[in-house]
Design a protein around this ligand. Structure first.
Ligand code: GRF
Length: 183
């Protein structure tokens, strides 16, 4: 399955998806990496791995997406994995890739959509948090859930400690969700 990974920053999920894609069990092949941020560390990683990587910018989201769609079609992309991609995709774009865009989010959705999830989880003394792989629809972090992992919040957790533990699970759950999706 020809796959594109969209990133905006660090790219640790990109790394885990790349490692997964090299395994026999993987149904995906990463054909391209797109970033809306020129300085994304993930972009550097993609280049190191000789992945076809693109950075596009345009003030007008419509124009940017038209350029992006052209490339995705040319490369025959069948699955888009959002991995820390910080831009909202338009309704039109999502419609064109309906059921083929998935995302990873660092909370037990539908709880804690949006940003600063770990901070809010700690503030609210939640006993559990987690991470979720879900389909992307036109509402933020609201598409159908594919797979979730529940994680215990510890008494002495800080944002840093908690996010590290959640991220570790994200790296496991994203490949698992892809296997689930295509088996
Ligand atoms: C992850 O926590 C992911 O769940 C969220 O953004 C973060 C991206 O991290 N959507 P990375 O760039 O994959 O390291």
């Amino acid at each position: 399955i020809n796959t594109a990974v969209f990133i905006s920053g660090r790219g640790s999920n990109l790394k885990s998806l790349y490692n997964f894609s090299k395994k026999k069990i993987s149904p995906i092949k990463i054909i391209l990496v797109f970033s809306n941020n020129k300085n994304a560390a993930g972009l550097k990683y993609a280049k190191e791995k000789n992945l076809y990587s693109i950075y596009l910018r345009d003030k007008k989201i419509k124009i940017l997406e038209i350029r992006l769609l052209k490339i995705l079609n040319k490369k025959k992309i069948k699955l888009i994995c959002l991995a820390g991609y910080m831009k909202i995709l338009s309704y039109n774009f999502i419609k064109k890739f309906k059921g083929k865009i998935i995302n990873i989010h660092p909370s037990l959705l539908p709880k804690y959509k949006g940003l600063n999830t770990h901070n809010r989880v700690l503030q609210n003394n939640e006993p559990f948090t987690g991470c979720t792989v879900h389909f992307v629809n036109n509402k933020l972090d609201s598409g159908k859930i594919i797979l979730q992992k529940k994680i215990k919040v510890l008494r002495n957790d800080s944002i840093k400690k908690l996010s590290k533990r959640v991220l570790n699970e994200e790296h496991k759950i994203y490949p698992k969700a892809i296997i689930k999706l295509f088996s």
